[in-house]
Design a protein around this ligand. Sequence first.
Ligand code: PGA
Length: 255
Amino acid sequence: MRKPIIAGNWKMYKTVEEAVNLVRAMRRELNGVEGVESVVCPPFVALTAVADALSGTKIGTGAQNMHWAEQGAYTGEIAPGMLEGWCQYVILGHSERRQYFGETDEGVNKKAHAALAHGLKPIICVGESLEQYDAGQTDAVVRGQVTGALAGLSAEQVAGLVIAYEPIWAIGTGRNAAPADANRVIGATIRGTVADLYDEDTAQAVRIQYGGSTKPGNIEGFMQMPDIDGALVGGASLKAEDFVAMVKLTAAVRN
Ligand code: PGA
C-alpha cells in the first residue's frame, strides 16, 4: 500500500517569522493525522527554523530546489549536503523552475542522482503546458520528462521517490484537472512509463501526486482515484486551516 503524501510548496512566500508561525499553527493538528504523510517545503532561509519548529513531530520538511554539485563557485545556489539534516524531501524540476530558470530534464536527472546520494527523497515534477495539452501531446511530453528525470536510477531508488504530475495550465490558475483525467495520466502514462523502464513492482511502489489548484473543496475527488497518492499543494498550503483540512480529508478518504 502506498501511503498518501500531501506536500505544501510554499514557493517564494513567507518570511522566516511568518514561516515559523504557519507551522506552529498547523503542527498539532497535522501531527494527529494517521495514514497520511504531510510535508512542508518553505523557502531555503526558513528551512532550518521550520525544521526546528517541527522537531518531535512526524511532519516532514522539503526544499524547493537544489544544485547537483557537491559544492563550488555557483553563486546563489544551494548544495545537497547543505540540506542534509534539515529536510527529507526536495522538489525537483517544478514547472516554474523549468519555465523561468531554464531547468531541463537533464538537470533534473543530475539533481535526482545528487539528492539520493545525500539521502534526500526527490519529488520530481512533470506536466504539460496548455499548448501541449491542447495539441494532445500530454502523454508524449510526460513520458519524455519521466524518462529523462529517472535516467540511470536504480529500481530501488525510483520505488522510494515521489513524482508529482502537475499540468502547467492547472498551476495557480484555479483550473484543476478533472480527477479522472489526472488519474489516467498518473496511472497509464507515468506508472506505465516506470513499468516500461523498470518493472511492474517499481511502478506500483512509486508514489505519484497530483498538483495544480488543489484545495479543501476538491481534494477528495483526487484522493478517491486509485493511482493518485497525494497532492503537491501551492496556494492552499499557505493557509494553515486549508492545508490541515486537505490532510484530514485525505485521511478520511484513504483510511
Ligand atoms: P497551486 O500550485 O496549488 O497553487 O496550483 C501547485 C504547485 O505549483 O505545486
